[in-house]
Design a protein around this ligand. Sequence first.
Ligand code: PFF
Length: 455
Amino acid sequence: MAARGEFSSRTAFVLAASGSAIGLGNIWGFPIKVASNGGGAFVFTYIVLTFILAYPILMAELVIGRHAKADTVKSMLSISGPKTRGLGALTGYWGMMTASLILSFYAIVAGWMMSHAVGSLSSLLGLPDSWFVAESMGRSIAFCALFFTLTIGIVSSGVASGIEKWSTRLMPVLILLIISLIIYIATLPGASQGWAIYLQPDFSKVTEPDLVLDALSQAFFSLSLGVGTMMVYGSYISKSENLPKLGATVAAMDIGIAVLAGMLVIPAMYVAQHNGVVIYDESGNLIESGRLIFNVLPSLFETMGAAGNTVSFLFFVLMSIAALTSSISMLEVPVAYANDSLGVSRKKSAWLVGLAIFAFSLLIIFNMGWLFDGVVNFATQFSEPFIGILFCFFVGWVWKRDKLLGELKEGKPDMEETFFWKVWPAYVRFVCPVIVLALLVRSFDLVELLNRFFN
Ligand code: PFF
């Protein structure tokens, strides 16, 4: 079998893992959660939680992957004890399934982003755009297929010449686009109201449990945790790298782009409002997030006159790039398994697994009404946190402490002296599982159920 892939440098890993982390969750999910959760208060809570909770779990995934240098199933088996092998393998398989489920709905939404980009381009060229921007099953299928073709194409080319090559090309473009759009939107009337909301936190909201838990699940999804993506990317990092530092850089990039996305989308919403587009419903709540992106922003672009089509095109290209670098990391999880554990060639596994997930996306498209939300909720609100707890359990309780230290020392011989080593092992053992469990409980509304029971 061909040698396993590896990222060619530290920067390559950071860009690929940031590419995974930075996605629709940052540019779409984050700003909208900010706008409906007390502005800057949410930003503050999100940043704190990313560092005290998501980062430790990210580290758990990276260190397991780099230790085993294998897919999620083999990696989990490599740190399991005799009694925990079954649970270890199950965790690996479940992560793989969750990554595939997330890809199945993510690719549909990413397809819509691409169709809007093509639509804006065609109006820019004076051609009709209505098919591209109006909801239809045909459009969803065509663009989902196109998005899968790109994702599969990149993953099938391998770690260095596919994932790394495209992440290092696309991420700088993404950053450039976001900054240019922020500057342009900031010059428009109405933008300053959005900036004020973003920058003046309503700290009375910081203690609201809903806000805290929203920020926590956002941090989890945003760092691509609990699906094995970071474990697999970790397995492609060279043994000579200092893992805690790499992980912190990825977390900082993820936060940085989310914060920048807020500077783009929130002022844009207020420019839209200034131009007469409705962004809050009668009861004062922000309108539903899908409508915000696919109706409010396009209506805003229409009011911009000649520049509108260009801005719209750039915005949807930005979204499409963000989605693509995330989706390749999702597909990589099952592909790494087919490649490492089953010995199927990378090309073959990328196409077979990719097409199977596409078939599931089609099923969702045909049953949009009930299946879409079901898959999103199962994968993101249940599976991701639950698997996160299992990762913490294995790193904190199952894996021998000296072996764990040995792995971390590979890239940093004086690891024992670091603040990271003094705090992190106990942290993933006790603190992370408890807090993540709280997140799970709330997503099932268990608290409400118990309240009802006792009242
Ligand atoms: N982190 C991505 C985002 O914020 O959009 C979503 C994601 C990517 C989730 C990769 C899971 C994953 F494996």
